[in-house]
Design a protein around this ligand. Structure first.
Ligand SMILES: Cc1ncc(COP(=O)(O)O)c(C=O)c1O
Length: 308
């Protein structure tokens, strides 16, 4: 997947092959890291990072929940991302900041281990495939339940927590599906392995609430705003498993997957992407690509370096 020349790590821009950490990094052993997934799009106003500040805010929140202070300010990180995109010469890309406990004492107390930070960018197409975005994907309800707030922090985007998504993803792929849907401890629909979920029935849109064990997705928030602006009734409430196959339409949102419809769940047909999904997907795509002036404030335009 190497298509970037430069990576930023602990304050320095280094060549891809030189971006290394010590094998005794705490995060490698115990998962003590937090991260973000962000996308930048090629727009008429230049390369634009979608909801950059919101992602940096969430990075800081995830970090705080795991007792780590960000080693750089959010403004510094924002500027690093700008420079990194410029140095790699990308017009559009995926952006991955990671804040992690580095080397230091081994053992479960991480508090003496240095907090390190890196940011990488790379060109990345639609996570669930371009065809998936157009025609919808097939998913299976996972036998793995989404991590519970009783033992971890669903609101944090922390590396160790992703073992949960990894197991669900492997299970669904091995069974021949493209994605998994995880239920929470109580059996309610929670989310995909890296996406939030929306269910449409009789013209009303439903999505699990903040208080379910979801990650508070930034694209989820955007789609809620768009749907309401379009005049749809959008209700945040618990969703039963059977509501997925009985829905008129279902779609997933996430930075990697953008807005991807679900056309089948557990071998039961939901159907091809329907009119509500299509309408929201179009406006969302316009917002991402800078074609929706009402959502222009969601875009952080990467400054073009002046030729001195
Ligand atoms: C577990 C999980 N849920 C939901 C999402 C969607 O979040 P966002 O829209 O902020 O990318 C992601 C992706 O970051 C995720 O990893």
């Amino acid at each position: 997947m190497q298509n970037a020349d430069v990576i930023w790590i602990n304050g320095e821009f280094v060549a891809w092959e030189d971006a290394k950490v010590h094998v005794l990094s705490h995060a490698l052993h115990y998962g003590t890291a937090v991260f973000e997934g962000i996308r930048a799009y090629d727009t008429e106003r230049g390369t634009a990072i979608f909801r950059h500040q919101d992602h940096l805010n969430r990075l800081e929140q995830s970090s705080r929940l795991y007792y780590m202070d960000l080693p750089h300010t959010k403004e510094e990180l924002r500027e690093v991302v700008h420079e990194l995109i410029g140095r790699n010469g990308f017009k559009s890309c995926y952006i991955r900041p990671l804040v992690f406990r580095g080397s230091g004492p081994m053992g479960l107390n991480p508090l003496e281990n240095r907090v390190e930070a890196m940011i990488a960018v790379w060109e990345w197409g639609a996570y669930l495939g371009e065809e998936g975005k157009q025609k919808g994907v097939r998913a299976k309800v996972s036998s793995w339940r989404r991590i519970s707030p009783a033992s971890l922090i669903p609101h944090a985007k922390a590396s160790g927590q992703y073992l949960n998504s990894v197991l669900a993803k492997i299970e669904s792929m091995k069974a021949g599906y493209e994605e998994a849907i995880l239920l929470d401890d109580l059996g309610h629909v929670c989310e995909g392995t890296g996406e939030n979920v929306f269910v449409i029935k009789d013209g009303v849109i439903y999505t699990p609430p903040q208080s379910a064990s979801i990650l508070d997705g930034i694209n989820r928030k955007s789609v809620i705003t768009i749907a309401r602006d379009l005049g749809y009734e959008l209700v945040e409430r618990d969703i039963a498993r059977a509501e997925l196959p009985l829905a008129d339409e279902v779609f997933l949102t996430g930075t990697a997957a953008e807005l991807t419809p679900l056309r089948e769940i557990d071998d039961l047909e939901i159907g091809p992407p329907g009119p509500v999904t299509r309408e929201i997907q179009q406006v969302f795509d316009d917002a991402l690509h800078g074609r929706a002036s009402q959502y222009a404030e969601w875009l952080d335009i990467v400054p073009v370096p002046s030729k001195a």
